[in-house]
Design a protein around this ligand. Structure first.
Ligand SMILES: C[S@@+](CC[C@H](N)C(=O)[O-])C[C@H]1O[C@@H](n2cnc3c(N)ncnc32)[C@H](O)[C@@H]1O
Length: 283
């Protein structure tokens, strides 16, 4: 793995730090793995529709531990994949994940604000669940515009907390906690409502033909197991309580809800993620 010293890279963003989660590092890595594999079948179809093809020079921006990078190299053979990330510890995992991949070109420890590649270099840039952690999304979008070839494609896959989906049986404190966690992320420079802004960010950076798409993950289609792995457990609730992210009242309510949800055979979960695409004009 290379380090780009000119970009002043640090080891984590303030908004996303795998060492500052409500559970241990290994558990966070396994959460990222679940999050990557569980949506992948649908995601792959969308990426194909949005223009990703075999043979392209692809940048996985904010590749983290490389789980998505590996799936990209497996399902789009012949792509030439570069991964960049701000976190060297995650890149070490990516290195192992991709050790047998002939498609991997480079993994670089750097910030997306200053991508250490020449202008007009990549065919396709993918940023998955990264923009919600970036305090200056316009700077990053402009930098992606620079490194894309004319006609190149930028896809940002992210969320908007307001339309993240639904859950049944519902949790009475869901709205309150969702606002609380979004506020905590915002205080660290992130934005869980970034989804609604993505097309504007792309247009302002110079991208044309912008379009919004979505992935709908429903438990009746995908089963409930993947959602349960993402939902967290009681250990996570206790840590959040200890760190005073949750009051005792909130933590008790969450523990009770956790039992109710897991034992309910009729539960429904629908998760919606957004894919914003822009194309760098050819002239
Ligand atoms: C939630 S993880 C997602 C990882 C991966 N894209 C995935 O979907 O599994 C967010 C990643 O974005 C990286 N990141 C955040 N801001 C960044 C920046 N300015 N430059 C490069 N990477 C960044 C973090 O280090 C982290 O690995």
């Amino acid at each position: 793995m290379e380090k780009d010293s000119s970009s002043g890279s640090e080891n984590s963003t303030r908004s996303y730090d795998p060492r500052d989660m409500p559970y241990e590092f290994e558990k966070e890595i396994s959460r990222l793995r679940n999050q990557a594999t569980f949506l992948w079948r649908k995601e792959r179809t969308k990426l194909t529709q949005l223009g990703l093809k075999r043979g392209m020079k692809v940048l996985d921006l904010g590749c983290g531990p490389g789980f998505i990078s590996r799936l990209l190299t497996e399902d789009f053979p012949g792509i030439k994949l570069t991964g960049i990330d701000l976190n060297s510890e995650l890149l070490e995992i990516a290195k192992k994940e991709l050790k047998d991949s002939e498609s991997l070109v480079r993994l670089v420890h750097t910030s997306a604000e200053k991508i250490p590649f020449p202008s007009n270099y990549f065919d396709f840039v993918y940023a998955r669940l990264v923009f919600q952690h970036i305090p200056n999304p316009s700077t990053v979008a402009e930098e992606v515009f620079r490194v894309l070839k004319p006609g190149g494609i930028f896809v940002i896959h992210d969320i908007d907390q307001e339309i993240l989906g639904l859950i049944e049986p519902d949790f009475p404190m869901r709205e309150r906690l969702s606002k609380k966690f979004s506020k905590a992320q915002a205080m660290k420079g992130g934005n869980r409502y970034v989804g609604r802004r993505l097309l504007r960010i792309l247009k302002e950076a110079g991208f044309a033909n912008v379009s919004m798409d979505g992935i709908f993950a429903h438990s009746d289609e995908l089963g409930t197991e993947g959602f349960e792995a993402l939902a967290g457990d009681k250990e996570m609730i206790s840590t959040l309580e200890k760190k005073e992210y949750l009051s005792k009242e909130e933590a008790d309510a969450l523990r009770a809800y956790h039992d109710e949800f897991h034992s309910n055979p009729n539960k429904i979960v629908l998760v919606i993620t957004l894919l914003a695409r822009g194309i760098k004009p050819s002239n």
